[in-house]
Write a protein that binds this ligand. Structure first.
Ligand SMILES: [Zn+2]
Ligand SMILES: [Zn+2]
Length: 446
């Protein structure tokens, strides 16, 4: 795990590297890394030496934050976002309609549904975006208290301080005070800087009291730094758009279409709040580690996301071999050493063998692979165990070799994805074996 810099390929300085080969100590571009099919599982390897490669990771902040922010306008307009706009819009429109015709006491319950649904959906967008969701996903509803009352209170508290400039303005202008202009402008800017943070706090479940503690809120803002200022700056044009859309929404609501018109109106006026919530979520998704949100390692992503190795394996030293060619003297020596259980000697001899070695039997590859894993030579271990999966998938030793290979990937090379693929392969290909039972116990729900 490195920093936010892209590394370049050892062999192609112009190309960005996506993998690291520990055996060659080299960063590799997609042409220098290869995909090898072992036990129906694609494993990334080094094109030079065949060792298992590690995926290079970079911090999420490598993607310019501005670009992420500029993409947020699309978020509510994707199919899932439109559905959410209409769904939340319908509840809010209904609550608003009922609110006006309800007698005083039940009014409170309707208000809670109204505000709870509004704030709850915005907070959900912030949290799910912070966890990396690309689209609006339906939130789980657990209880009225948790999903309606709590968000309603948080929303009110978070926005409570935002009314200060407005109230001051009214009070002062009623008193006819002079020189209010600059002060009011300062307050307005302060509010603009404060508002996104207060909402961020409200969304991520900080205690309700800290929502009203400007020092705590501002401290977090300082830690987030420039990206936070970018979000705050976006609020200015978004506020303008919000006013515009509210005018449109009011006009649409007045259409003589019962149910449809009010829902459409509410949905339109929810567009800007959805975009703002998405921006706040991105702030945490990319820079949350600055304020202790989430685990540090979560803030790194593949250096070349979505790119697969496409290199060709370098022709093996000594050229390709006939699968049924007789073993070379060195290979015979390895097999004899394995049979005599002289595993260290076998490993030593194995290290001197060329890359491709079908004539060795599965037992020798497995024994050497296990020994190499025990002494920490993961390069040779992976190379030997792969041979069993590639050349002797029918051998009774194959499931065992696959499981050991999977453990190497998962526990030693930090590649849980490849490990899981190998475990799944063992479970489906070799049912009923000890290896399959072990692999089953290692599978995590997809
Ligand atoms: Zn290598
Ligand atoms: Zn390269």
């Amino acid at each position: 795990m490195s920093d936010s810099e892209l590394l370049s390929c050892q062999f192609h300085p112009q190309a960005a590297a996506g993998w690291f080969c520990p055996a060659c100590n080299a960063n590799l571009c997609p042409s220098c890394a290869v995909l090898e099919s072992v036990a129906s599982t694609d494993l990334s390897s080094c094109g030079q030496c065949g060792a298992a490669v590690e995926e290079l990771k970079v911090h999420r902040s490598r993607t310019p934050f501005l670009r992420r922010l500029l993409e947020t306008w699309m978020y509510p307009l994707k199919p899932s976002g439109l559905l959410a706009l209409l769904g939340v819009g319908a509840v809010v429109a209904l609550a608003r309609g009922v609110f006006h015709i309800t007698p005083s006491l039940p009014k409170l319950a309707v208000l809670v549904v109204w505000l709870g649904c509004f704030w709850g959906s915005l907070f959900w967008i912030v949290r799910s975006t912070a966890m990396g969701a690309e689209h609006f996903t339906a939130p789980d509803f657990t209880s009225v208290m948790h999903d309606l009352v709590d968000p309603a209170i948080r929303g009110l508290l978070a926005t409570a301080l935002l009314w200060v400039p407005a109230i001051l303005f009214i009070v002062f202008s009623l008193g006819g005070a002079e020189g209010l202009g600059p002060l009011f402008l300062l307050l307005l800017i302060a509010t603009l800087l404060y508002a996104p943070l207060a909402l961020l706090f409200a969304a991520t479940g900080e205690s309700k009291l800290s929502l009203l503690n400007p020092f705590k809120v501002i401290g977090v803002g300082m830690s987030l730094g420039q990206p936070y200022l970018m979000v705050a700056a976006f609020l200015v044009p978004l506020a303008g758009l919000y006013v515009l859309l509210t005018v449109v929404a009011t006009w649409i609501s007045s259409w003589p279409l019962p149910l449809v018109a009010p829902v459409l109106g509410e949905a339109i006026s929810l567009y800007v709040p959805f975009v703002v919530a998405r921006m706040l979520g991105l702030l945490l998704y990319v820079h949350g580690d600055r304020v202790g949100y989430g685990v540090d390692s979560e803030f790194y992503e593949a250096a070349l996301p979505g790119v697969k190795p496409r290199g060709k394996k370098r022709a093996a030293r000594g050229a390709s071999r006939e699968p049924h060619a007789p073993p070379s003297p060195l290979e015979s020596e390895v097999m004899r050493a394995v049979e005599a259980n002289a595993l260290d000697q076998a490993l030593e001899l194995y290290r001197r063998l060329p890359e491709r070695l079908p004539p060795l039997n599965a037992a020798s590859h497995l024994a050497v692979g296990q020994r190499a894993a025990t002494v920490g030579d993961y390069h040779v271990a992976v190379r030997a165990l792969k041979q069993v999966g590639q050349h002797s998938p029918e051998d009774p030793l194959a499931p065992r070799a696959c499981v050991i290979l999977a453990r190497l990937y998962g526990e030693r090379l930090g590649d849980t994805e490849s490990a899981q693929k190998l475990y799944r392969h063992v479970v489906s290909r070799y049912p009923g074996t000890d290896a399959a039972r072990f692999a089953q116990s290692k599978l995590t729900p997809a």
